[in-house]
Structure formats: structure tokens, C-alpha cells
Write a protein of this length. Structure first.
Lengths: 246, 246
DNA sequence: TAGTGGTCTAGACCACATT
DNA sequence: ATGTGGTCTAGACCACTAC
């Protein structure tokens, strides 16, 4: 037995199944349970830990959903991955530089209220011509521009966002501090040649390959929160997408 | 009450919670339940349908995971989306043409066994120089080439794949018929300028923007199944990525 | 205060994979 | 034949939201 029993706190507000899931996830992360290892069966675990089987099952089920475990009827439960993978990650020179201690920067070109044109209004589910917050930013590393980020948000959501916050933190971080929680987003990733204006902003030649991303984001009541249209220098950025059971 | 009761078949091998989930999903899809509508509470539903509350809860939970419903404690369960969204979808001229009745084609340039170079061997978790299956295909619509798809697979997985199958069906479809089930995949999406060779194959000018995708796929025991490196004409393809609770 | 979902129990029987 | 996960029941109490 390499798996230590969890220390369960029944008085804690943290649900028991969650405590168990955290314990198992930590054991996998630490390497106590390795890829390919089998867990003991659910009945044995629940008896040893003094829990009902459904409670243990819920914990295991959560880790299955996270992609760390697989259950096979008649066989058992096995570890298949050591770490949780994020669904989508923008792997960028910008983040690499930040984590390696260098200081990339974000400068805000535009932060204004303006009437929405038809396309923006449609994306945000607002009447055409409604006032919206329009943000335009440039990301630079060592002074070299790498990305141009353009966003439009309902005034009700982003009316109080400040320029200084946007230069220090990501947009979603700013939205959280204002109480807007993004629940789901749809992104469209493509590529195209740089227009003259984009080439000027990004200091690349006209026609250079750019990675593009358009995004619609909504809160948990399906209300539109943000629409964005971003372009990235293709040499500096790529997207990583992780899929399961496809 | 706009929601019709489900017809439950207790003798069916289909689980009750799944029958309920299908019934709710169909009602949402049909529009009987619209975005914003609230379900009756779980206790009432389970009593009316002659099921235990956990069974009804599991059905609702599955649709929450699919992103169709949201549950809020003290409030209730609401519809937030009408259709299930696929996690990642390659939206392409190719698929558009197929669904509009036109006939796009896939031609197999290469289907061979060859020793893996270091990079391929690493991606497939094999010793360097191991024999692998190497596939190279071109996708065309109306005779115009739109994508070049290059894949490498372990011989144990793809040893019996045939040229004709690859010209008729997608790679993953072929893998399923051979008993290889892809469980998870990691994709890296980027952009770059077309090399001379790529420009020739895709009939674009050298330096034209291409959308690129590299993919590692594994089965449910975390064994590598496939590694692929694809390039797409950026005018014809884009990726759609759907995120939740991010 | 009333009503909702969130958590938990202690069983039961079944389907499937392995031996 | 055995052991595993898959499904299901009939309750219980709690935490949160809205009024």
C-alpha cells in the first residue's frame, strides 16, 4: 500500500468527497500513485475510510472527469495522467518571459465608451448603437510588440474598469474584481496575413503571418460579457488545446 | 408545465438517469425548455417520475457538465444553452462543402512503414529508429488543395490500415475500426509562412499564411496512439474552441 | 421563513472482465 | 466463479437564496 489514508475533517465546510479527491490528486501529483497504478476497489476504500461508497465514488468520479483516472468495469480504477491539463492555454513568449523573470508590458492604446457598430452589438446581444466599453491594448516584450488585443464589453459589466488595472493585470482578472465571472467562452482561432495597420502596430512586414483569435464570453446566466478580436505575431504565440474522450 | 414526462423503460439496458438526461436534452433542443427557463425542483421531479432523487440528480448533473443547465443552490436549475457545444471543432471549407453536397477528396501521398526519427519516436514513446506507420495526405475541394496532413503511428496500432479506407474516411474513424480508441489528445495550434515545399503542395505563394496544428493522441491507458503535423490554407480553415468555467 | 440544491448514508442488485 | 465498477433506492440533514 503506497497510498496513505486521508485525514478527514467532518466538521470542515469542505465536503468529504472533495477532501478525498484532493488527497488522491495530491498522491498522484507527488508520485505516490504513478501512471498505470491501480486504486483499491471502492468498497474497500469506503470501509477503510469510514465513508459510504457513493461518497468515495464521487471523489473518484471528479478525478475521472479531470482526466487523472479511468474506471473500467470489472477491472478497476487506474491512474492515467499525473497532472491536470488546462483545456486551452495560450503559450506565448509573453508568458515565458514573465515566468523567466523578464518584464513584458501591456500598454492601453484605447479605453473609451463608444456606440457599438452592428457586429459588436450582435455579439454582445445589445441593440445596435448601444454604448459599450472599447479597449485596445498592445503586449510587448523587451519593447517588441507581440500582440494587439481589442475588446468590447457592455457598460454594465466593465463601466468601472480602470486603465492602470489593465496595464497591470489580464482582462479577466480585472473583470473578476468587478464581480463579472466568465463561465463559458467560444474562441475561433485562425491565421491571416498582416494588414498594413496591423503590420505597423506589430512592427512586422505587411503580409507577415498572424495568429488570430476571436472570442465571445458569457457569464453563468448566458449573458454576454465580452467580445474580443486579437492578433498575435505567429513567431511568438501558439495555442495549446487539450481534449478528452474524443 | 411545458415539460412532458419522460417515458421510462425500466427493462431497458439504458440507465434511467441517461433516459432522463436524453429526455431533458431533447426538450431543450426542441425548444420546449428555453434558455432562462427553470426546471421544477429535484424532489418534485423525482416523485412525479417515480425515481429517487439521486437518479434525477445524476441526469441533471450530466447536462450541467455538458453546459446546457446551471444549478444554483437556493434558486433552482436553469437552462443556459440550447445546444451542446463540441470542445474543439475544425471549421473548414472542406466540411462546409461536404455538408452542402459537394464532394471534397482526400488523396494519400504516402502510406509506408519507416524508421522513426528522434522527434517522432519521442512523441510516440518508442525507441529511436523503431518502425512506425507514416501517412501523408492532401485534402482537396473542387480540385484545389486546402490542407496537408502528416501522421505517424505505432505499427501495433495502425499496421493494418489501408489506403482505400484513408481516402474514404477520417483517420480517427479508421483507427476505431481497427480497435484503437482515442481518449485524449493535445493539440498545438499556430501559424507560419508557407515553405517552398508547402507552397507547392498547397498551390499558394511562398510565404502565404498557413494555420498549423500538431497533435499527440493517446488511448485510455495513456499509451500514445498518434502524432500528427498538419498545415492548412489559412483562408479555408479555422478552429473553434469552446471553454467552460474558465 | 420557505424552498432550493449540496451532501451523505447504508444498503441492494446488476453487468462486465478476468481467472 | 470471483471481483470490479455501474446503477438505483429511500431516506436524512445542511447551506444558501429569496422573500
Amino acid at each position: 500500500m503506497t497510498l496513505v489514508d486521508p485525514v478527514l475533517q467532518r466538521s470542515s465546510p469542505v465536503p468529504l468527497y472533495f477532501q478525498v479527491a484532493q488527497h488522491l490528486e495530491a498522491a498522484i501529483e507527488r508520485g505516490d500513485l504513478r501512471v498505470g497504478d491501480r486504486l483499491e476497489n471502492e468498497v474497500t476504500l469506503s470501509e477503510r475510510w469510514g465513508l459510504s461508497r457513493p461518497t468515495v465514488r464521487q471523489a473518484i468520479g471528479d478525478l475521472v472527469d479531470k482526466g487523472l483516472l479511468v474506471r473500467t468495469r470489472g477491472v478497476g480504477t487506474q491512474v492515467v495522467r499525473r497532472r491536470v491539463q488546462r483545456q486551452v492555454q495560450l503559450t506565448s513568449l509573453f508568458e515565458d518571459l514573465r515566468s523567466s523573470g523578464q518584464q513584458p508590458t501591456t500598454s492601453v492604446l484605447v479605453l473609451e465608451r463608444a456606440p457599438a457598430d452592428d457586429e459588436i452589438a450582435e455579439h454582445l446581444g445589445l441593440p445596435s448603437g448601444s454604448e459599450v466599453v472599447h479597449i485596445e491594448r498592445v503586449r510587448r516584450a523587451r519593447g517588441v510588440p507581440l500582440a494587439v488585443l481589442r475588446n468590447w464589453l457592455p457598460v454594465t459589466v466593465a463601466g468601472s474598469i480602470e486603465r492602470a488595472a489593465l496595464e497591470e493585470h489580464g482582462l479577466y482578472e480585472c473583470l473578476r474584481t468587478v464581480g463579472a465571472h466568465v463561465h463559458s467562452a467560444q474562441q475561433r482561432i485562425g491565421a491571416r496575413a498582416a494588414s498594413a495597420a496591423e503590420a505597423r502596430l506589430l512592427e512586422v512586414r505587411r503580409g507577415a503571418p498572424l495568429l488570430t483569435m476571436e472570442r465571445s464570453a458569457s457569464d453563468d446566466r448566458a449573458r454576454p460579457v465580452e467580445w474580443g478580436s486579437h492578433v498575435y505575431d505567429a513567431r511568438a504565440y501558439s495555442f495549446t488545446v487539450n481534449l478528452q474522450s474524443g
